[in-house]
Ligand binder design. Structure first.
Ligand code: AMP
Ligand code: MG
Length: 325
């Protein structure tokens, strides 16, 4: 299968959701965000982007199940709901409040190893979104437990370099066996992306979360020492890290556990994973094991994440194991 129609639909859905996110981020006020039961933040744009992507997917693939992060139950009777409805008026005209809620809740699928389903993080890196920094709209298709397609909308990531303010907004995407590509988020100028070609870890730089609660900065500093990495880490929120790795702007992505009981969510990794793999890189967990997307909504058999350009993967895994043991 070439997944042509799936890719076209996924790109359109991510572009539309990214447009809403940009609009909300530009004028964000405190009344437009709340705390979820797990204490993580969520905004009108998280719910709105989820509604837009699911609505778009269901138009073309009505029978495909969707595993998405947000659950409208978190909203209860919060005034956020009214704001979501208002924001969506121009994006999903004619949809009632009830229809918006039921669309958001179509993302409650459990995932697993059978058939195919989509997985969506409507705003990955909500903390970055709130800081007006990096975030991503991440959408992937999983078939029989394997990621076959991924699209990352990175509205604040520039096309040329992650620290430039020019040409903001990049879309990165990949289909299994077909390579990885990017283009301006609203444009059509497509180019292939590939990971860095360094062979020595002393020439590598790495990226990691801004939030030390999501990935241990202490452990990564020790790993950098073992690998003779001298460059300061590039800290960015969201799966933009996979984007940066896929186009060779970093050679290592470290996501090192901060708690024993944390299970990584499939929507936090599926799209970025396939973009990096198709760009020639490698992505495993901290022990060097394959990521297993077939076990439900989380990567329950994996611990942390390590992404590299492939060439230095084994050496990086050895250093990670040494430091974490
Ligand atoms: P990042 O922007 O890469 O730091 O990752 C953002 C994602 O981290 C969010 O979407 C959360 O699902 C996820 N997250 C929340 N808590 C943790 C944790 N303790 N360890 C790893 N990831 C987490
Ligand atoms: Mg996320």
């Amino acid at each position: 299968m070439n997944f042509k129609s799936e890719l076209q639909t996924a790109i359109k859905a991510v572009q539309k959701a990214s447009a809403l996110c940009k609009e909300v981020q530009a004028n964000l006020v405190s009344e437009e965000s709340m705390q979820k039961k797990d204490k993580s933040p969520v905004t009108v744009a998280d719910f709105g982007a989820q509604a837009i992507v699911i609505h778009e997917l269901k138009k073309t693939f009505p029978d495909d199940p969707i595993v998405a992060e947000e659950d409208a139950k978190e909203l209860g009777s919060d005034p956020l709901l009214e704001r979501i409805v208002n924001h969506l008026e121009s994006h999903l005209p004619g949809l009632s409040e009830e229809e918006i809620i039921s669309t958001i809740n179509m993302g409650g699928h459990e995932g697993g190893s059978e058939g195919r389903f989509w997985t969506l993080d409507p705003i990955d890196g909500t903390k970055g979104f709130l800081r007006k920094e990096q975030y991503a709209v991440a959408l992937a298709l999983i078939e029989k437990g394997e990621v076959v397609l991924g699209v990352l909308g990175c509205p604040n990531l520039s096309v040329d370099s992650f620290n430039s303010d020019q040409n903001r907004g990049t879309l990165l995407y990949a289909v299994k066996g077909q390579g990885a590509f990017m283009k301006p988020i609203d444009g059509s100028d497509e180019s292939a992306v590939s990971v860095s070609d360094i062979n020595l870890t002393s020439e590598a730089n790495f990226c990691e979360s801004v939030e030390s609660g999501h990935s241990s900065h202490d452990a990564s500093a020790r790993i950098a020492e073992v690998l003779n990495v001298t460059e300061e880490p590039v800290r960015i929120d969201s799966q933009c890290k996979y984007g940066v790795l896929s186009r060779g702007e970093a050679s290592i992505y470290l996501r090192l556990p901060t708690r024993k009981d944390y299970e990584e969510k499939i929507w936090d990794h599926a799209a970025g994973y396939i973009v990096v793999k198709e760009a020639g890189g490698e992505v495993t967990d901290c022990m060097g094991n394959e990521l297993d997307f077939s076990l439900g909504r989380t990567l329950k058999n994996n611990t942390g994440i390590v992404g590299t350009n492939g060439k230095i993967h084994e050496e990086v895994i050895n250093a990670v194991r040494e430091v974490l043991s």
